[in-house]
Design a protein around this ligand. Structure first.
Ligand SMILES: [Zn+2]
Length: 79
């Protein structure tokens, strides 16, 4: 397929991590989706979109197993 944004034909299936917000936390969800190698635009098919919605619901209800993989930090001062 062709990228809608940059018209590149270099669109390949890749494993990416989609971000879901859980209050102040960020949950990464590994999914396989089409990604434009040129501009980075991601294309989700309906199945993936539904899967992400399902996961988001499960995350809200805490029906998933989560593992801490790092901390989310914020810049509050510069020195
Ligand atoms: Zn593109």
């Amino acid at each position: 397929m062709k990228c809608i944004i940059c018209k590149s034909e270099d669109v390949v299936k890749k494993k990416v991590e989609e971000e879901i917000k859980k209050g102040k936390d960020v949950v990464f969800v590994p999914v396989e989706t089409l990604v434009c190698q040129n501009c980075g635009e991601k294309y989700y098919d309906r199945r993936t979109v539904r899967f992400l919605e399902e996961i988001e619901e499960k995350v809200k209800k805490e029906k998933v197993t989560l593992e801490a993989v790092g901390r989310v930090l914020k810049v509050v001062g510069i020195h």
